[in-house]
Design a protein around this ligand. Structure first.
Ligand SMILES: Cc1cc2nc3c(=O)[nH]c(=O)nc-3n(C[C@H](O)[C@H](O)[C@H](O)COP(=O)(O)OP(=O)(O)OC[C@H]3O[C@@H](n4cnc5c(N)ncnc54)[C@H](O)[C@@H]3O)c2cc1C
Ligand code: SF4
Ligand code: SF4
Length: 432
């Protein structure tokens, strides 16, 4: 399938939903919520193959992820680089503030960095996502400049979110801004900063949260239905994790007119429902740990959480800039962290290494079938396909994908119909 416009990226189901194209070319694309895909750029007018579309495709992480080792900070761990990108240091720990740690998904490191950014004179604030005000089951992008804003965005939301759609706010801010997002969101910011000097100067730091895949809106709707909320609009509060580690998904709202709160364990929410609804592009994602970020944070699953335990985070420092932030925050007593071996990343996320192997077989199947294929450079997959997965998984990665190409209709352009008014908003939550 030929991909010459952003519209074609979405039709080939290669869009991650980051929002970069809508931020750069708002006259061409606006982000909207599409039930069975996620947040997607919807054309504002007829699309044409021209230089603007070519420039958008160069920064679109859905189709372009290219590492340039020459630009990596000196001293990165060469042994880990093929599977996990540049790693300078790995730490384990948590935010010192108990409220942050309790409310966060893991150890509250992302929120602690965001709080540090809004308290600092040198940074304007943080661009990230939160539960949408007035429609709690959806998400919105915000540029937080106060502690209250930051705290309202604490916690991982296992649903579509487009933090890059408001990157223009970073350009307009007087001082640099911190960016927090998933690995593909950070890759989009990285791609843009490579070409745009202003954005490069205005982004103070990028923080990626580890990500095994974004469930579509169908996932959230199904989870809410299993909780007893048939009408998502009746939900006044929704979180997916936090309040302990890994914490609970919790929804509050009215069921048959009565105020109700329902909690699901991580197993009931993620393992049994949400993970089954991951968007297609996530199935061929080679970067689940934020290889293009200054700092990435995830769960240190190598030590399984104990019942009732407070959260812990794994902190992967990838650049010298990231190392400076971590050291400053540690010295100020904002983070309680200890240095661990670099291979703790692999020990914490062994499933992600197997997924990277399977990606090679899946891409091969897409090529054989003539479906849309992204361009990944410097993110090796073949050696992990050979080494990390057994023969059954090897065959499954190719033949299972060929089957899915048929069942998901990956050879035909997919239609991106925004949710109707009864199901959700169709507009960009962050108008310019
Ligand atoms: C879709 C998804 C998949 C995940 N898969 C993994 C995984 O495979 N392995 C793993 O270890 N952890 C995974 N996580 C969890 C997450 O990476 C960790 O919890 C991470 O350590 C952040 O913890 P924290 O306590 O530092 O973050 P917090 O302090 O709770 O802050 C979270 C920050 O992330 C931002 N954010 C929340 N949801 C999103 C979103 N959907 N898109 C962009 N930004 C968002 C918020 O704005 C906030 O700034 C996933 C999270 C999501 C949303
Ligand atoms: S991945 Fe991002 S830049 Fe690419 S089409 Fe989707 S929203 Fe646009
Ligand atoms: S799995 Fe990859 S493509 Fe999918 S949301 Fe996560 S980082 Fe983005």
């Amino acid at each position: 399938m030929r991909i010459a416009t952003i519209k074609a990226v979405t039709e080939a189901q290669l869009c991650t939903g980051c929002g970069a194209c809508a931020s750069i070319a708002p006259e061409r694309y606006r982000m909207a919520d599409v039930t069975d895909h996620g947040r997607r750029p919807i054309p504002c007018s007829a699309t044409r193959e021209d230089h603007v579309e070519r420039e958008l495709l160069e920064v679109c992480p859905g189709v372009t992820l290219h590492h340039d080792e020459k630009t990596w900070s000196k001293g990165y761990d060469r042994e880990q680089a093929a599977g996990w990108g540049p790693i300078l240091e790995v730490w384990k720990g948590h935010a010192v503030e108990e409220q942050t740690r309790w409310e966060a998904s893991s150890g509250g490191i992302a929120t602690a960095i965001a709080l540090h950014a809004v308290r600092s004179k040198n940074t304007h604030g943080v661009l990230h996502i939160r539960s949408r005000r007035g429609r709690a089951w959806l998400n919105e992008t915000v540029l937080s400049t106060t502690e209250a804003d930051v705290r309202a965005a604490t916690g991982s939301r296992y649903a579509p979110a487009s933090p890059v759609e408001s990157l223009h706010l970073v350009r307009d801010a007087a001082t640099p801004t911190v960016f927090i997002g998933k690995p593909c969101d950070v890759a989009a910011v990285h791609n843009i900063a490579r070409k745009d000097r202003t954005i490069n100067e205005k982004v103070a730091l990028t923080v990626a949260i580890f990500c095994a895949g974004t469930p579509t809106w169908r996932g959230t709707l199904e989870m809410l239905r299993a909780m007893g909320f048939d009408d998502p609009e009746s939900v006044e509060y929704l979180r997916y994790r936090g309040h302990g580690w890994p914490g609970h998904a919790a929804a509050r709202g009215k069921i048959q007119g009565r105020a109700t709160e329902v909690k699901f364990t991580y197993d009931e929410s993620w393992n049994r429902i949400l993970s089954r609804h991951r968007q297609w592009r996530c199935q061929i994602c080679p970067d689940h740990t934020g290889e293009f970020a200054d700092i990435s944070v995830g769960d240190p699953w190598y030590e399984p959480p104990k019942e009732g335990a407070s959260g812990e985070s794994l902190i992967v420092v990838r650049t010298e800039r990231g190392a400076r932030w971590v050291e400053e925050m540690r010295a100020l007593g904002v983070l309680r962290i200890e240095r661990v071996a670099n291979d703790v990343v692999a020990r914490s996320q062994p499933n992600l290494m197997r997924v990277r192997g399977a990606v090679w077989g899946r891409l091969l199947a897409l090529r054989l079938a003539g479906a849309g294929v992204p361009s990944f450079r410097g993110l090796p997959t073949f050696r992990f396909w050979l080494r990390e997965i057994d023969m059954r998984a090897k065959l499954q990665s190719i033949f299972g994908t060929l089957r899915r190409i048929g069942s998901r209709g990956l050879r035909k352009p997919a239609t991106m119909a925004p949710m109707d008014e009864s199901g959700g908003d169709v507009t960009n939550a962050n108008p310019r």
